[in-house]
Structure formats: structure tokens, C-alpha cells
Design a protein around this ligand. Structure first.
Ligand code: FMN
Length: 444
């Protein structure tokens, strides 16, 4: 059979598909839905069994219920339809071939939607599997693996497609070869059986960032920050919102036209709070390990309606591209515990601060109840999108600061793992708080 040439522009059109997480809440006809689903059924499947099944929700009350269940995917509420990706278990199972078949159809569905002018997003996060099963009336022999949300993109929907890795970094001919920084550390083991690894339980996950290189941390965070769109409110943790405000109150008054740098900014969550908190004449810059994080933060700030100009600093290997003694404030918002070499970053902060400058730091506390829960529960699972981290014990934190900083104010922040933003200044109680917040001056 001769190889047909790809119609001019068709592949570019397909490559223009990108996820949408902000919809207009307009409806879609079943005729349109069926047209897309018919396209999806042209996908290949293992042994041609087409063991897939698609349960479609297109009624507003059903979408609202699905959104309640999904929790972390609020766009379920505003999309026009949710196509649940299901399959029958027990046949042609090896190498997850049944799942591979559903995935092929799912992507075909998204491309069809895209070519027909609809936006979509694939969601593995659909909520508690038992509740989803009940909602869909799914028999036990069927499994749900995700849902494609389809709708019209809202005017504020971000227009930037998340960055892709370079071909030579993810493709190798003949034998495996891959960019070193994109092979992440795992605990040494004779084998890594797939079935032994899940989000909640990953015995091979390396949570200590000191076991990662700066380049690995940069790479991991650079791509996974795009797991969501840079919309207002994204990545805002229930745990940390109010606590960030309380922490910022500890910032001492700044001189006029102050230079402020924030280091590793949580996809712009902390930058948003800081940009609103700082006096208008202050110059704010964000330092990140990878330019992709800076791009995300820039887009995010635009969606948050922040008009202040925020500068971008690239700090590969944990080195700040700033002159000695040039800054009035450096802020490290619970990100020291994510760094490959926190001592280096503190030395850098001391180097770039003016003698009268201030370091504002907040660190999650290993000696708190939340720290114990991290050790017993959270750290047994997969490392999060923001990268590996370990809470610090107060003694360790003080030892890290000692060579470079004199502490001026210190407080414990919140008690419960779930939240709490009260500042506690009494010792020894403050050492048991969820996070330790402090302001320090560089040593002379
Ligand atoms: C299997 C799979 C599961 C996904 N799950 C989610 C999800 O639960 N929530 C979400 O917002 N995006 C989810 N996504 C979308 C990805 O984050 C997105 O495809 C990726 O960031 C690349 O962006 P793009 O689709 O715009 O090219 C998922 C994608 C795939 C393929």
C-alpha cells in the first residue's frame, strides 16, 4: 500500500490540541457526542476485543455530582459532558493491554473533539472508585480508569500548551538511552514490580531531596507543574492558604523600592500572596530551578489578575543569579525542605542579602504531629508534583541557619496537619507546631 502523505496542516492541527480545565458550561448535543465517540471506536484494541465501555454524563445535575466526587478536578462541573473510560476485566489482560486499548480510544476521542472545535481534558482523578462505580452503575467485572471532560473552552482558558521534552531526550534507537536528569532516584532494589507501586504506596520512592541532584529536581518539577492549568487558585492548598498570610505578617517593614526574591514558589501560589502583600514600589522576582516553572508562574499571575511586574530568575544547581549584598528580602516559602542542598541555598541567601536585609523562612516541622503523619502515611506513597521533600526537625533547621543568620523572630505555625494559621511564640510549644516560621538577618 503506498504511504499516503499527511494532509497539509493536519498534523499541526492535531498537535495544537491541549488540555482545557475552564469551560463555558454550555451544553453539547448527543448527536455531536456520538459523532466523536464513533470516531473513538476506530481506535485499535488488543485482539480487537473492544473491551472498552464509555458511560457518558451530560446532564448538569449528573456533572455536579461527578464534580463533588472528583474533588480535585473542579472542571467536571462546567464541562458539557464527561465520558467515563471503562473496560471489562479478565480477558487479554497481559501488559495491561485492555487498558492500552481504552487509552487509544480515549485519545482518539480527544482528537476528534479538538478537530470538531471542542476542548477536552483527560482525568485519571475521578474520585473514590466505589462511589464512582455506584454513580455509574458499573458492574464489578468492569473497571473505570478515568474520564474525558468535553466542553467549550472558556475565554479565560489558558492558551499555552504545556512544554514537551526534546525528541532526543525521550527517544532512542536500538537501545535505551535517556537524559540523565529525567531518570529519577528510586530506592535500590533488585526489581521494581509495577503492581507493588501505587500513589499511596511506593516502597521505592526517594523522598529525601538530598538523594536527588538539583538537575533531577528541576526536571521533575518543571514538567509536573503543568499537571494543571495556570488558572487562578490552582495548587492553593487548604492547609497553607491562611498560614501563608500569617507568615507574611512576620516580614519586617521594607525600605523604599526594596528588592525582594522568592525562592521556589509553589506554581505561583505563594507568589500570588506575596505580590498582594508587598508595597507597590517593591521589586519582586521569583527564583526557580527551571524556566518552565517560571513560565507557569507568569501565566498564573496573569490569571490571578496581578498587574505587578514580577521578575524571573533561573537558579540551576541552587545558585542565585544575584549580586552579593543586593537584596532587601529573600523568602523561602516551605521550599527549603525540597532542596538538594539546603545549606547551599541558605549560604546563597546570606550572600545576596544586604547586611540589613531579611530572610523570611517557613519550614514544615518533622517534630510536629503533622511531621509524624508525614513519616507514617504520606512518605509511604509517591513523591508529589512539587518534588520530594522531608520536613525538618527544629534542631536541624537551627543548625542550618547558624553559620549565616541571626534569628530575629521565630514562631510555630498551626497545629493540625489539615491547617491552622495561628502563630505560637511560646517555647517549648512552638517546636511542636506544623511549621516553623522565622525572620533572620545575615551575620555580619
Ligand atoms: C492518563 C492521564 C490522566 C490525566 N489525569 C488528569 C487529571 O486527573 N486532572 C487533570 O487536570 N489533568 C489530567 N491529565 C491531563 C494532563 O495533565 C495533561 O495531558 C498534560 O499536562 C499535558 O498537557 P496537554 O494535554 O495540554 O498537552 C491526565 C492526562 C492523562 C494522559
Amino acid at each position: 500500500m503506498p504511504t499516503p502523505a499527511a494532509p497539509a496542516g493536519a498534523l499541526d492541527l492535531l498537535a495544537g490540541r491541549m488540555s482545557c480545565r475552564s469551560f463555558t458550561s454550555g451544553r453539547i448535543s448527543r448527536e455531536d457526542l456520538n459523532a466523536m465517540l464513533r470516531d473513538a471506536l476506530e481506535a485499535p484494541s488488543s485482539c480487537n476485543q473492544q473491551a472498552w465501555h464509555f458511560v457518558v454524563l451530560d446532564q448538569p445535575e449528573d456533572l455536579a455530582r461527578a464534580a463533588d466526587l472528583a474533588g480535585g478536578n473542579p472542571h467536571f462541573r462546567d464541562c458539557a459532558a464527561l465520558v467515563y473510560l471503562c473496560f471489562q476485566k479478565g480477558w487479554t489482560h497481559d501488559n495491561f493491554s485492555v487498558v492500552q486499548g481504552v487509552a487509544a480510544a480515549a485519545y482518539h476521542l480527544m482528537l476528534s473533539a479538538h478537530l470538531r472545535g471542542w476542548a477536552s481534558v483527560w482525568n485519571a482523578g475521578t474520585g473514590d472508585p466505589a462511589k464512582v462505580r455506584e454513580m455509574l452503575g458499573l458492574p464489578l467485572i468492569f473497571e473505570n480508569q478515568g474520564a474525558i471532560a468535553i466542553g467549550r473552552a472558556a475565554p479565560d482558558s489558558p492558551a499555552r500548551k504545556p512544554p514537551r521534552r526534546a525528541l532526543q531526550d525521550v527517544v532512542s534507537y536500538g537501545r535505551f538511552a535517556r537524559a540523565e536528569e529525567s531518570i529519577y532516584p528510586a530506592k535500590p532494589a533488585a526489581a521494581y514490580p509495577f503492581h507493588a507501586i501505587s500513589r499511596a504506596s511506593n516502597p521505592f520512592a526517594q523522598w529525601d531531596p538530598k538523594d536527588w541532584t538539583w538537575a533531577q529536581l528541576a526536571d521533575y518539577r518543571a514538567y509536573s507543574v503543568w499537571a494543571k492549568s495556570p488558572l487562578a487558585g490552582v495548587y492553593t492548598s487548604r492547609r497553607e492558604g491562611a498560614a501563608t498570610q500569617a507568615w507574611l505578617q512576620m516580614l519586617a517593614p521594607l525600605p523604599r523600592s526594596a528588592s525582594v526574591v522568592e525562592i521556589l514558589a509553589w506554581g505561583g501560589t505563594s507568589t500570588t500572596a506575596l505580590a498582594r502583600h508587598l508595597p507597590e514600589d517593591a521589586a519582586l522576582q521569583v527564583a526557580e530551578l527551571h524556566r518552565h516553572n517560571l513560565t507557569f508562574i507568569k501565566d498564573r499571575l496573569r490569571h490571578e489578575g496581578i498587574s505587578r511586574e514580577v521578575g524571573e530568575l533561573l537558579a540551576p544547581e541552587g545558585l542565585l543569579p544575584c549580586e552579593d549584598r543586593s537584596l532587601d528580602a529573600v523568602l523561602i516559602p516551605q521550599s527549603l525542605e525540597h532542596m538538594a542542598d539546603p545549606a547551599l541555598m541558605l549560604a546563597e541567601a546570606a550572600r545576596v542579602l544586604k547586611p540589613e536585609g531579611q530572610l523570611l523562612l517557613s519550614v514544615r516541622n518533622r517534630s510536629s504531629r503533622a511531621g509524624a503523619e508525614w513519616a507514617e502515611v504520606e512518605s509511604k506513597g509517591q513523591v508529589p508534583l512539587q518534588g520530594p521533600w522531608t520536613p525538618l526537625r527544629p534542631r536541624k533547621l537551627l543548625a542550618l541557619l547558624e553559620p549565616h543568620f541571626v534569628i530575629e523572630e521565630i514562631a510555630g505555625l498551626g497545629l493540625a496537619r489539615e491547617g491552622g494559621a495561628d502563630l505560637c511564640r511560646a517555647t517549648p510549644q512552638l517546636w511542636r507546631r506544623r511549621a516553623i516560621a522565622l525572620r533572620a538577618r545575615p551575620r555580619g
